[in-house]
Ligand binder design. Structure first.
Ligand SMILES: Nc1nc2c(ncn2[C@@H]2O[C@H](COP(=O)(O)OP(=O)(O)OP(=O)(O)O)[C@@H](O)[C@H]2O)c(=O)[nH]1
Length: 401
C-alpha cells in the first residue's frame, strides 16, 4: 500500500490499551462468531492496493480489517509460523474514519492474523492482500480447515484482480523452474503465477478496462474463462466495485455450491489454454453407501494426482486446483463437494445451508450430480470414464458380496 494513502488516517499507537474493553465473555456476542476472510490476489500491478484503498474509503457499513503483507508462498508461511511473536513483529495499526482498521505487516502472515483476532469486536470482516507473486492455493487451506486459524475465521472467497492490458503477456511468461520452497510440487513448468491466481479465484475482477478496446477485452475474457469457468467475472476501472456485498464480500464460496454456478461452468467455454482448464463431470444419482467410493476416487485424484487403480509408477498425470460439486443421492439429499488442491470436504447441504444462513431453494434442481474440476492436464473423457468405472466396479462388488 502506498505510504501516502488512504487519507484521513488516525494513528492508534495505543490500541493495545483498548483490548480489555473488547473482550466479552457473552457467548452470543461477536467474539463467538467466525469472522469471514477474503483473500485479494492478483499479479504485480493489477490494482490490488487501489482496490483496498477504494474499499477503505467507501461507506459500506462494514468494519473491515485489512492486512497487507508478504504472504507470498509456502516458505513465507512456514517462516511466519515458526517465528516467535516477540520476534520480528512489524505491524502498524491504523483506525480509519469509516470504521475500518488497517494493519500493515511485512512478513508475519499468520502472526498478524492471530494478533488481529485479539482485537475481535473492532471489525466484522478481514481482507488479506497477498503479494503479486503469491499462489493462493498455498494460503486458502490455512483458513479453511477447522483448526488453528480456521476456528476463529472462515474463508469467504478468493478475489483475483487482472490487469486487462497485461494479463495475456503474464500468462505467456516463462515461469520459474521450481517453487520457492525448492520443490517442484506444481510439477508444471508451463503454469505461471497468473495461471494459479486465476485458477483458484472465486471472483475475477478484470481491471484497467479503460486501457483496452472492447475487442481486446473479449479476448481477455475468453482466455480467463477457458482457465476458470466457475469464477464470477466483474469488469472494473481503477478497481471500483460500487457494490461489495455478494460481489466481493459474503460470497460463502467455500460452504455453498449453487447449481447455477455449476451450470455456468459447464456452458462449454472454449479451451484456449493448452495447459489448464475447467471440466464438468456428470455424476449419476448415488446410493448412500456409494459416497465411500466417491470419497476414495476424490482422494486418489486430489491426493495422488492419479486415477484409482492406476498400476505401475505413480506419476503425476494431472494437478487439480479447485473442486466443486453437487452430488444427488437416491434418498433425495444432496452432498456438496468443495476442494482447494488436496484439501476437500463432502458436506451435507442441509447442514451447510442452515450454518451459513442460506437457503438451498435458490438452487434449481439438477437431475444428476455435477462435479467441476479446475486444473492442469484435465481430460474430461478420461475423468468421466474413470469415475463411472470406479463407481460401477464398487457397486458390482457390493452386489455380489
Ligand atoms: N489506467 C488505470 N490504472 C490503474 C487502474 N487500476 C490501478 N491503476 C494503476 O496501476 C498502478 C498499480 O496499481 P496497484 O493498485 O498499486 O497494483 P497492485 O496490484 O497493488 O500492485 P503490486 O502491489 O505491485 O502487486 C497504480 O499506478 C494504479 O494507480 C485502472 O483501472 N486503470
Amino acid at each position: 500500500m502506498d505510504d501516502d494513502a488512504p487519507p484521513q488516517l488516525v494513528n492508534t499507537k495505543n490500541i493495545n490499551e483498548e483490548i480489555p474493553d473488547l473482550i466479552n465473555t457473552d457467548p452470543d456476542d461477536s467474539s463467538s462468531v467466525k469472522v469471514p476472510i477474503t483473500i485479494v490476489t492478483g499479479y504485480l500491478g493489477a490494482g490490488k492496493t487501489t482496490l483496498l484503498n477504494y474499499i477503505l474509503n467507501e461507506r459500506h457499513g462494514k468494519k473491515i480489517a485489512v492486512i497487507l503483507n508478504e504472504f507470498g508462498d509456502s516458505a513465507d508461511i512456514e517462516r511466519s509460523l515458526t517465528v516467535s511473536k516477540e520476534g520480528q513483529q512489524a505491524e502498524e495499526w491504523l483506525d480509519l474514519s469509516n470504521g475500518c482498521i488497517c494493519c500493515s505487516v511485512k512478513d508475519q502472515g499468520v502472526n498478524a492474523i492471530e494478533s488481529l483476532m485479539e482485537r475481535r469486536g473492532k471489525f466484522d470482516y478481514i481482507l488479506l492482500e497477498t503479494t503479486g507473486l503469491a499462489d493462493p492455493g498455498n494460503i486458502a487451506p490455512l483458513f479453511w480447515v477447522d483448526e488453528g486459524l480456521g476456528s476463529t475465521i472462515y474463508l469467504d472467497g478468493i478475489v483475483t484482480l487482472i490487469d486487462a492490458k497485461n494479463i495475456l503477456k503474464s500468462l505467456d511468461e516463462q515461469p520459474p523452474d521450481t517453487d520457492h520452497d525448492g520443490e517442484d510440487h506444481n510439477s508444471s513448468p508451463e503454469l505461471t503465477t497468473a495461471h494459479l491466481q486465476i485458477s483458484h479465484a472465486d471472483v475475477i475482477l478484470i481491471n484497467k478496462t479503460d486501457l483496452v478496446t472492447p475487442e481486446e477485452l473479449n479476448v481477455v475474457t475468453e482466455s480467463i474463462q477457458s482457465i476458470n469457468s466457475l469464477a464470477r467475472l466483474k469488469y472494473t476501472s481503477h478497481s471500483e466495485v460500487p457494490q461489495l456485498e455478494g460481489v466481493l464480500l459474503d460470497l460463502h464460496a467455500y460452504d455453498s455450491v449453487s447449481a447455477q454456478d455449476l451450470d455456468f461452468a459447464s456452458k462449454g467455454h472454449s479451451h484456449l489454454d493448452p495447459n489448464i482448464s475447467t471440466i464438468t463431470l456428470s455424476v449419476p444419482v448415488l446410493e448412500l453407501n456409494q459416497l465411500t467410493e466417491l470419497d476414495a476416487w476424490l482422494r486418489s485424484i486430489l491426493w495422488d494426482s492419479t486415477f484409482p487403480g492406476h498400476s505401475g509408477h505413480r506419476v503425476k498425470e494431472f494437478e487439480i486446483h479447485r473442486t466443486k460439486g453437487r452430488i444427488l443421492l437416491s434418498d433425495g439429499s444432496i452432498r456438496l463437494v468443495q476442494g482447494v488442491r488436496e484439501v476437500f470436504e463432502l458436506l451435507d447441504e442441509r447442514e451447510r445451508s442452515s450454518d451459513s444462513g442460506r437457503q438451498s431453494s435458490a438452487n434449481s434442481p439438477l437431475h444428476q450430480g455435477k462435479l467441476v474440476l479446475i486444473g492442469r492436464g484435465l481430460d474430461v473423457d478420461a475423468f468421466g470414464k474413470s469415475l463411472r468405472t470406479f463407481l460401477a466396479i464398487a457397486t458390482e462388488s457390493q452386489a455380489s458380496s
